[in-house]
Design a protein. Structure first.
Length: 121
């Protein structure tokens, strides 16, 4: 599949990610792994970078995504680790059905139930 521009996505009725629902509602999104910074200017992981460091990124292209995957060193999953520092990684976008193990870098989205959804070619 040829790379799709943000302009093509917006012309096809997709919206910017700032308007996407963050309540667990699945969405159709176009993802581009290189669109998100993984390390910020201070050398720290970004939220996306922290998730990518632990999990698999989805390939570029269209995916059904959900918002979630927050984790904390105080969670029971980490009680067996000898951690010197507390850490918290906020929610982010993940492929729906991946148990929050396939992290995504979406650039545009559309509701799944939109019967007029067109995928740009």
């Amino acid at each position: 599949m040829a790379e799709i521009s943000l302009k093509q996505l917006l012309n096809a009725g997709f919206m910017g990610m700032d308007s996407a629902p963050k309540d667990g509602t699945p969405i159709l999104a176009y993802c581009v792994h290189e669109s998100e910074t993984q390390i910020d200017d201070s050398g720290e992981y970004t939220t996306y970078g922290a998730h990518v460091n632990e999990f698999t990124p989805v390939p570029d292209g269209f995916h059904v995504l959900v918002w979630g995957g927050e984790y904390d060193s105080d969670d029971s999953d980490y009680e067996d680790f000898d951690l010197d520092n507390h850490f918290h990684v906020p929610n982010w976008w993940f492929r729906h059905g991946s148990d929050f193990e396939e992290v995504a870098a979406p650039v545009a989205w559309k509701p799944i139930l939109d019967k007029q959804a067109k995928i740009p070619e």
